[in-house]
Design a protein around this ligand. Sequence first.
Ligand code: DGL
Length: 264
Amino acid sequence: MDKNRPIGVLDSGVGGLTVLRALQRVMPSETFLYLGDTARAPYGVRTRETITAFVAQMTDWMEQHQVKQLVTACNTITVLGTDVIRGSHTFPVIGMSKGVDQVLKATKNKRIGLMATDFTVSTGAHRNEIKAADPEAEVFGVGCTKFVPLIEGNRFGSPELKEAIGEYAEALQEKDVDTVILGCTHYPFVREYLEEAFGPEVTVIDPAEATALQAKANLEARNLLQTDGAGRCTICFTGDLEKGKLLASRMLDTGQCNFEQVRL
Ligand code: DGL
């Protein structure tokens, strides 16, 4: 395979851009092809069957674009399992890290909060991985359903967002957690607000960088890491392009990116 092929990155919407940022930092010479299904986000309130069907359309699209690796920059998709995501495609799939190492390093009281979509929380995927590494750890999941529509809707600073932040932070503070995992890639968009609501005694963990390092290790092992490329990036959305660009500019240096609207 040619190392000049792009790395595919996908998400239900703009959330995966928080992972794309980490991927670009870790692999600055790579070419990235991002696909956000903004026309149909959020995914996290949908059924497993629907999410699986949408993901199959996205992975077919990635195959047509000849990616050398696919990063599912979405926890809701990742928890479907690598085999389901890959289907009959040949590219390797790198899912979102659960942040287990970071979490266990940060926690002192072993009481850990998980903020994620309803679907992700319902699978118990984070809890299972953390408890496998440390059976004494307790994981408290909160489905933060209100966040994705507010983030996709560019409603930063709105009273609705403030209220949702307060509601979800309080639910976890009641459990006396000292560490919180952002188990949805949209949530780093509101990380500052969350850190403010939790205060300094709670460590907020974003597993984006751990995921990017796994992606890099996979390419290195396959001898496909690009080290002298120009670091190009194409960002595709199924929904409104101007809104997508505006949100992307909160996360990335968009001067280096091409934007396209696509149909699946
Ligand atoms: N960004 C996604 C995640 O990591 C999905 C959010 C959604 O579409 O509900 O879970």
